[in-house]
Write a protein that binds this ligand. Structure first.
Ligand code: ANZ
Length: 818
């Protein structure tokens, strides 16, 4: 008695919500809509503590908006293609689908037990044919628009996984997934032309300001990496077309004493002289062993070879040697630079290594980089710089030289982005096949829309083992087909798409579950989107969040959606750590979510997660106490059982103090929830539980209408974090199920302002009166009121007040004379 049975409550209410379809939006236009989206899970194993935290956050938002009367869509699905499934299948001699769908079922059960307010009717899996059919359809639309293309290039190659990795998947030169050192390989690969959208991806961030964490926007801005500068043309001996370099400092052109091209570029191959070819090839072999990250590092020793040629500096006609060096990257800018050692540290390090001239052209601080070895940058007086001499700031220098270069046809002002096109080809099996057929006659031919999906062939176990080419290539029957154009023999593309493609449009699909006419029905998307709240880990700050923004812009240009940005607000929850460290197998500090739930119940685990701190902060499980959470929930539950089950009461007749506490809590908790301060909202709920307990045990008593009012609101507020106990409370209060369908109360304004206070009047340390006074009473008025009181007059007994100590509006202390 007076205790809630957590396991029984979990089973009971889970069944109720499922049967009642409590969390399925009405979608009938009767209510304003809200779309709450959690980043969908990858089906690796069961849910873990990290999931538990993230999904608890999204659920607070979703449940709150439901109670506020919105028609909320809160869907769930699985990002179910990917390498781990394939690796598991090779190991277990099975099909990746076996592992994938078994894990999904496990996670489904866990999600349901976890009490999330999810709409299960929209469930999707990206590895289902009726999902990836539309991923292929979208690929073809990108292809038609010139946004999907193939090119030969050096790609990051993981020798262990035997697959290509996107730049983003290379972490410190190692494979993001398996940690193996990444090497380079030349392959013909599919790319998405995200660079066409670089400026828009940057500009539209203004629409996300305030809704997205500032550091996520900063990371995206940085990744896109816009640089203003100029293309400058250098005539090279024995070459008809000049070589163009990209520079952000065209104003340093008079100090350019050599030129450098990327060794792994076609340009280097073309420029190298016969005498220097052998040395160059030897150097290139070395370069291919290092990763891009190493090459860009300032610590990396500067190495290079002279290509046996000279170029001409267009502003002073000087002959400068052309080198190849690995600090210049092939796929940034033009893959060639003008080296200005006096004002660029990398160029200076290189010049000092190979004894190349250093010429100062801006006097920044009187130092000479040739002597100090430290390149100077920033504003200063131009020297040895022809038309620029006399100028003293960079902005004017850049403007002046750019003007001159353009006038002479030697260059143009330009903008460069660091963002590269998105490499989407993967030489793996468990992914979405690329719907292109290669024909000797017709080249790249799209699979006609009515022949989609191109379904994966049935391969399993060792057939999937990495061989350096895609496993699909070995499925001869599948690969060999006929050209849709000429009917001749042709081959299917054997690459599959990066799984980030799958996750770039799933949130659209949720709006149109099962839709057959396209990836989604534009009308459904127009009704539900953009997403009001997106919740997920900061590890997706760049890739996923950039890709899905890119997809949205392409769909907008196709006329399928009408907005620029798909997610208005983003919450990045922190991590759950243990003993100060990320949970890991090797540290043995993992905490098993299932065990925590078995011991303390879902409600207590969720409450612990939410109460631990601000949602963005990491929480250390070792510092937390799910058992005290459970104790608190039992305390809250007892309030409900103490209240008489008669629901027909007039709240207005209730105890004023408790009513005020309740209504203030309504206002504060609403504000806190709307600004994402979930932990503080919980703290306020706890305070209200204490105040209510006091009222029950004190003068008011359990039968006071204010107690019922408070207990009902406590149940509602708790339902966001601890939904099972909240339902139990609601039921104990004699209210019809479910609390999830109840209405968030509106605070009574007259109860939320502290207009009066109780002022204690003391004389010589003894309380002589308690007076209701205006909360903003002045000392003068307080004294006047006090002196008018009979008790005070009696105590003073005609003596004069010689000193007043006021702590208003709570206390007034009077010191009488003799
Ligand atoms: C001459 C110069 C003088 C430069 C100077 C800088 C300072 P961000 O800001 O990242 O765009 N650069 C150009 N292409 C490159 C490549 N493919 N690989 C490596 N470095 C490259 O950097 C642009 C600057 O980086 C360019 O401006 C160029 O060096 C170099 F005092 O040109 B600068």
């Amino acid at each position: 008695p007076g205790q809630y049975d957590k396991v029984q409550a979990q089973e009971k209410w889970q069944a109720f919500w499922e049967q009642d379809e409590t969390f399925r939006p009405l979608d009938d236009g009767s209510h304003e809509r809200r779309y709450v989206l959690d980043m969908f899970p990858y089906p690796s194993g069961d849910l873990h503590m990290g999931h538990a935290e993230a999904y608890a956050m999204g659920d607070v938002v979703s449940r709150y908006w439901r109670l506020r009367g919105y028609d909320v869509m809160h869907p769930i699905g699985w990002d179910s293609f990917g390498l781990p499934a394939e690796n598991a299948a090779i190991k277990a001699d099975s099909h990746p689908a076996d592992w994938t769908y078994a894990n999904i079922e496990t996670q489904v059960r866990s999600f349901k037990r976890y009490g999330l307010s999810l709409d299960w009717s929209r469930r999707l899996h990206t590895s289902d044919t009726d999902y990836y059919r539309w991923t292929q359809w979208l690929f073809l639309r990108f292809f038609e628009r010139g946004l999907a293309y193939r090119k030969d290039s050096y790609v990051n190659w993981c020798p262990k996984d035997q697959t290509v990795l996107a730049n983003e998947q290379v972490v410190n030169g190692h494979c993001e997934r398996c940690g193996t050192e990444v090497t380079k390989r030349k392959l013909n690969q599919w790319y998405f032309k995200i660079t066409d959208y670089a400026q828009q991806l940057l500009d539209d961030m203004s629409q996300l300001e305030g809704g997205w964490p500032e550091h996520v926007l900063a990371m995206q801005r940085n990744w896109i990496g816009r640089s203003e500068g100029a293309h400058v043309n250098f005539v090279v001996e024995g070459r008809e077309k000049p070589v163009t370099v990209f520079t952000t400092r065209p104003d340093t052109l008079f100090g350019a004493t050599f030129m450098v091209v990327a060794p792994d570029s076609d340009l280097a191959q073309e420029l190298v002289s016969d005498e220097q070819r052998e040395a160059f090839e030897a150097y290139l072999t070395e370069v291919k062993k290092s990763t891009e990250i190493e090459r860009q590092s300032t610590e990396h020793a500067k190495t290079g070879v002279w290509l046996g040629r000279h170029a001409v500096n267009p502003v002073n006609g000087e002959k400068v040697p052309v080198w190849a060096a690995d600090y210049v990257l092939a796929d940034y800018g033009t893959g060639a630079i003008m080296a200005v050692p006096a004002h660029d540290q990398r160029d200076l390090d290189f010049a000092r290594t190979y004894d190349l001239p250093v010429r100062t052209v801006i006097d920044v601080d009187g130092t000479d980089p040739a002597e100090t070895g430290v390149a100077t940058s920033g504003d200063g007086a131009y020297v040895n710089s022809g038309i620029l001499d006399g100028l003293t700031d960079k902005a004017s220098g850049v403007a002046r030289i750019t003007e001159q270069l353009e006038a002479d046809g030697n260059g143009t002002g330009t903008v460069q982005f660091r963002l590269r096109d998105w490499l989407v080809s993967r030489q793996r099996f468990w992914g979405c096949p690329i719907p292109i057929i290669h024909c000797e006659v017709d080249g790249e031919v799209p699979v006609p829309d009515d022949q989609l999906p191109v379904v994966l062939p049935e391969l399993r176990g060792q057939e999937l083992a990495p061989k350096g080419t895609s496993p699909l290539a070995s499925a001869a029957e599948w690969v060999n087909t006929t050209c849709p154009k000429c009917g001749g023999p042709a081959r299917r593309d054997t690459d599959t798409m990066d799984t980030f493609v799958d996750s770039s449009w799933y949130f659209f699909r949720y709006c149109s579950p099962g839709y057959e006419g396209g990836p989604f029905n534009p009308e459904d998307v127009a009704r539900w989107m953009p997403v009001d709240q997106y919740v997920g880990g900061v590890e997706h700050a760049i890739l996923h969040l950039l890709y899905m923004r890119f997809f949205t812009k392409v769909l907008r240009d196709m006329g399928m959606v009408e907005f620029d940005e798909p997610m208005l607000r983003l919450l990045n929850q922190g991590q759950v750590i243990n003993q100060g460290k990320a949970m890991s197998k090797s540290l043995g500090n993992g905490v098993d979510l299932g065990k925590q739930i078995d011991e303390f119940g879902v409600d207590a685990v969720r409450l612990t997660m939410i109460f631990a701190g601000p949602p963005e902060d990491d929480i250390d499980w070792a510092d937390l106490s799910p058992s005290s959470s459970l104790k608190f929930l039992q305390r809250a539950y007892r309030l409900a059982t103490d209240v008489a089950s008669d629901t027909d009461v007039d709240f207005a007749a209730g105890n004023k103090d408790l009513r005020k506490a309740t209504h203030k809590a309504i206002v504060e908790i609403s504000t806190l929830l709307e600004s994402g301060r979930f932990n503080v909202a919980v703290a306020r709920t706890m305070e209200l539980v204490n105040a209510t307990r006091k009222a029950i045990d004190g003068e008011a008593g359990a039968a006071d209408p204010a107690v019922r009012e408070a207990a009902q609101f406590i149940a509602q507020s708790l339902s966001l974090v601890a939904p099972y106990v909240a339902e139990e409370m609601w039921e104990a209060l004699g209210l019809p199920p479910s609390v999830a369908n109840s209405e968030w109360p509106v605070a009574d304004g007259s109860l939320t302002v502290d207009d009066t206070a109780t002022m204690v009047v003391q004389i010589q340390g003894k309380i002589r009166a308690k007076l209701e006074v205006p909360a903003d009473i002045t000392e003068e008025a307080a004294l006047e009121l006090a002196l008018a009181d009979d008790g005070v007059q009696r105590s003073l007994a005609g003596r004069e007040v010689v000193k007043v100590i006021a702590r208003l509006p709570k206390m007034l202390s009077l010191v009488p004379g003799r």
